[in-house]
Design a protein around this ligand. Sequence first.
Ligand code: UDP
Length: 330
Amino acid sequence: MTILVTGGAGYIGSHVTRQLIEQGHDVVVVDNLNRGHRCAVDSRCIFYEVALNETERLVEVMTNHSVEAVLHFAALAYVPESVAQPLWYYENNVSGSISLLKAMHQADVGKLIFSSSCATYGIPDSLPITEETPQMPIHPYGWSKLVFEQVLKDYHAAHPDFAVTFLRYFNVAGCSTDGSLGEDHDPETHLIPIVLQVALGQRECVTVYGTDYPTPDGTCVRDYVHVDDLAAAHILALNSLQAGDCRTYNLGNGQGFSVKQIIAAVEQVTGRSIPVKYGERRAGDPPSLYASAELIRQELGWTPRYAEVSEIIQTAWDWFRNHPHGYTPE
Ligand code: UDP
């Protein structure tokens, strides 16, 4: 099957592209390279530097390569940035995604796997979060993902053969174990990479955003899932997608770790001590998010290989140690 991957030069898209190729799929990647890395795109796929709002070019790509399904990763994904620049987020994540869907419609491509987020749940009333937990985002990034979920539900209702799966990611972390793909964000805002950069001496300390949350140690709790496990879930979701489906799965490990626990785990994995500063809460952070991913385990047989957060951190540490400047050569 020929698959179009949007955002295939990004962190998650590049890891999923790799697995698709290894499973024998032909992959076409589109990415505007705004935040992605050209060298993260596997040399075995076809690459186009195209933005989501270039509908006609997307139609051309899909038609010329007889694309049968789309995996849609391309998005802006920093919560604090979305709070500061909401219009930019809606433009990219909603308008850009509508342009992609229009192109799929014109090119008669009827299958889509959409990268959604646990951020659509906002501050849940109860934990763990299931797919039935009410969605009430608390920041523009979360809303941008929820709005496009709704666009897809409405499109699906009008086109009953259209097949879509929403994958709601929790906190994706870790890197491919062969050292060829990794995490290289600019700016970097995510906890694990930041703490590893402190371990490498690239930053003086990590600031813990808030210590007065209603959690066991007062810092925010998140569910960390390895990027290759997440990628494997995409393959399962794609292979099982049938005409007319509209499915939703949470993707998390089902266990919550506080910011302090992550810092302690990094100290243990790296054998280095991490200087910490305690700061104010960051805008848009819910206190506690962790998943029930029972549905995808039961329905698709998804079994994450990296159950321990220390294993996830180890794979990221291997990448950061060997690529202190990310994809940029020293
Ligand atoms: N965090 C922190 N210091 C940092 C970066 C993140 O305390 O330098 C916290 C952040 O407030 C959140 C958790 O770590 O509670 C995970 O944040 P991240 O940005 O990695 O992912 P998010 O949960 O926002 O998607």
